[in-house]
Design a protein around this ligand. Structure first.
Ligand SMILES: [Zn+2]
Length: 418
């Protein structure tokens, strides 16, 4: 079957498994709308910008995320120098406890000649002490000496030993090119979540850039790429201190359709995807859980259901007589007590004669605008509404008695971020 690849926009019969978030970064979000050729190009020229970024290697090292080769990257790979002796080259190697320890790389021997005496000085790592005889043999051969003529002066006191020497690491950090990797994530997430977006004018430009592995479209990004603060607005919803990746699609009046990306402890950016409106008030969240190895997509209502307990309604009643009140209290204590609900789980509101006025109480709650939030500082959602404008009753079981309701208090308690 021929289907259009969302990157080259050509009809292809080899659409393949594309990781929206690179798997070396613990991504579990797969789409099957990218052809093989584009998939492999993105892997080589776009995803690598993120995967091999210095900050990613630190993060992968600290979380033990293995790459395609099955190894955890060493963010300190390469040759460095000692602060005390900038001529001295060292490598940083992990010891058995996973601690980085400098390993002294033997440089060229220092040869000085005085009369008929030649002094050769070498510096080796203390751990290479037992290799000394073979090292001496090699030096002797290279300098045409007999090993027997060599006087070895390896007084242990002359071994200098320094605990935790300072190592100078010169490295470079890409501050710009990695952004194409984030642009790819934003574009693929948007096309996968909002099918109409695929034909957006800007989406076409972005896919061209991704196909050519080079950004030419202007004004795409919000923030430097490392600006965690832009996620403060979502702190009740997302836990950016966790080891998760988050993607958010939303529409803002000023910037249009944007995708916000937070890759655990490394990158955070906003991508301006379009000035057209697609989502109305909705948000689409993508949550990539590295520990549980899954990715899920939730809209704002599903997020709400996750972070708050189910809504509990409490009613304030109006009783005509003290007797009625006492009678109700008794029923409320009984085991059979229950609010009447229809077969769909709706809780109707009635007039005093028992005719249903609203098929469900939420219909009434939705039209009221006199909701008062009781505690704005609390993360919990607790509000009250008055039914002053209408005489309404709810039915209670077991005897189908009608009770006049004057106040409804709705309670939803904050459970925690996701
Ligand atoms: Zn393609």
């Amino acid at each position: 079957m021929l289907l259009e690849c969302i990157i080259c926009r050509k009809e292809k019969d080899d659409l393949s498994d594309e990781h929206v978030i690179p798997d070396a970064l613990g991504g579990y979000y797969h789409i099957h709308t990218v052809c093989k050729k584009c998939n492999s190009k993105l892997g080589s020229y776009v995803d690598t910008k993120l995967v091999n970024h210095l900050f990613s290697t630190f993060q992968r090292y600290s979380t033990g995320l293995k790459g395609k080769s099955g190894t955890i990257p060493n963010p300190f790979s390469g040759t460095h120098t000692l602060k005390d002796d900038e001529e001295q080259k060292v490598r940083l190697e992990k010891d058995e406890n996973g601690v980085f320890v400098p390993y002294l790389i033997m440089g060229s021997p220092d040869v000085t000649k005085e009369n008929d005496k030649t002094t050769i000085t070498i510096k080796i790592d203390a751990r290479d002490k037992n290799k000394l005889p073979s090292i001496i043999k090699k030096i002797a051969k290279r300098n045409n000496f007999n090993v027997e003529d060599i006087q070895i002066d390896t007084d242990l006191d002359k071994y200098s030993h320094k605990f935790r020497p300072e190592v100078i690491i010169k490295t470079s950090v890409d501050l710009d090119e990695f952004k194409i990797g984030l642009l790819k994530i934003a574009y693929e997430f948007a096309v996968d979540s909002i099918p109409e977006y695929y034909n957006d004018e800007k989406a076409i430009l972005i896919s061209k850039d991704l196909e050519n592995c080079k950004i030419t479209t202007n004004d795409l990004f919000i923030g430097s790429g490392f600006d965690k603060d832009m996620f403060n607005a979502f702190k009740f919803i997302l836990d950016i201190s966790s080891n998760k990746h988050y993607l958010i699609l939303c529409h803002t009046k000023k910037l249009g359709l944007i995708c916000m990306i937070y890759l655990s402890n490394t990158f955070s950016i906003g991508v301006k995807l379009s000035t057209n409106e697609y989502l109305n008030e909705n948000f689409i969240f993508g949550i990539n859980d590295i520990e549980n190895k899954n990715f899920e997509k939730l809209d704002i209502n599903q997020i709400h259901e996750r972070i708050y307990s189910p809504m509990k309604l409490r009613y304030g009643y109006l009783f005509q007589t003290e007797d009625e009140c006492q009678k109700f209290k008794k029923i409320e204590q009984s085991n059979d007590f229950e609010f009447y609900k229809d077969t769909n789980g709706n809780q109707p509101l009635y007039d005093k004669d028992g005719n249903a006025v609203y098929s469900d109480i939420n219909e009434k709650l939705e039209v009221l605008d006199n909701v008062s939030i009781l505690d704005f500082d609390s993360k919990d959602l607790i509000s009250e509404v008055n039914f002053e404008d209408e005489e309404l009753y709810i039915k209670i079981k077991p005897d189908n008695i009608l009770l006049r309701v004057v106040v409804v208090r709705s309670e939803q308690y904050y459970i925690g971020s996701i």
